[in-house]
Design a protein around this ligand. Structure first.
Ligand code: URA
Ligand code: SF4
Length: 206
């Protein structure tokens, strides 16, 4: 089955991981995307934020959360009192998955399958092993399923501190909604307040 495992180096730091991930062919998503979008931040970061997959802007720029969802997330983190220098930001899946009606038409985000999430898991496991965050902030259902299994329901556990074993290590996690869901919400202000409130819970758990 699809897996990134043979592409993951067994030694070296984040720079070595990022370089190797640029050549990952562990699942078919690399074929249509522009580039691998690896995590960003320092190995010393105290908090790891995990999103779903890069979007259109991230795919073009090669960095996670630089588009509209990222702008909203930055604002919410600042409001929650979380220092950006303390955060490492990444995604459950490292290539942009999209549909496009015609060439040059807008690329529309498509949710990754469980197979693709599982294939990309070794990168996230390697990031966790190197960064060893004190806390993982789980952004939305895809990240939740990738880290905690397919029964994950964001509405049931958001804003709470969970303790689980992830890739063989004991981790503390605070799930919340995905910033893109805030942008799509009917009550956008209410959804944003909810995100900030969950991030405050995360900041206080440090
Ligand atoms: N949404 C995500 O889940 N990740 C990104 O990097 C950008 C948008
Ligand atoms: Fe590799 Fe993940 Fe990209 Fe698939 S999505 S090719 S597993 S980096």
């Amino acid at each position: 089955d699809y897996t990134a495992q043979p592409f993951v180096p067994d030694h070296g730091g984040l720079a070595a991981l990022r370089e190797a991930a640029a050549g990952c062919r562990g699942c078919p998503l690399h074929r249509n995307a522009t580039q691998t979008v690896f995590g960003a931040g320092k190995a010393t970061a105290r908090v790891m934020l995990v999103g779903e997959q890069p979007g259109d802007q991230e795919d073009r720029q090669g960095r996670p959360f630089v588009g509209p969802a990222g702008k909203l997330l930055d604002r919410a983190l600042a409001e929650a009192g979380m220092d950006p220098a303390d955060t490492y930001v990444t995604n459950a899946v490292k290539h942009f998955k999209f549909t496009q009606a015609e060439p040059r038409k807008r690329r529309i985000h498509k949710a990754p399958t469980l197979r693709e999430m599982t294939a990309c898991g070794p990168w996230l496991a390697a990031e966790l092993a190197l960064v060893e965050p004190e806390l993982i902030v789980v952004l939305g259902a895809t990240a939740g399923k990738a880290l905690l299994g397919s029964s994950f329901r964001v509405t049931e556990v958001r804003g709470t501190v969970l303790e689980r074993e992830i890739h063989g290590r004991p981790e503390r996690l605070v799930p919340t909604v995905h910033p893109s869901a805030v942008l799509r919400a009917e009550d956008r202000e209410g959804a944003y307040r909810g995100l900030v409130s969950d991030l405050k819970t995360a900041a206080q758990a440090l």
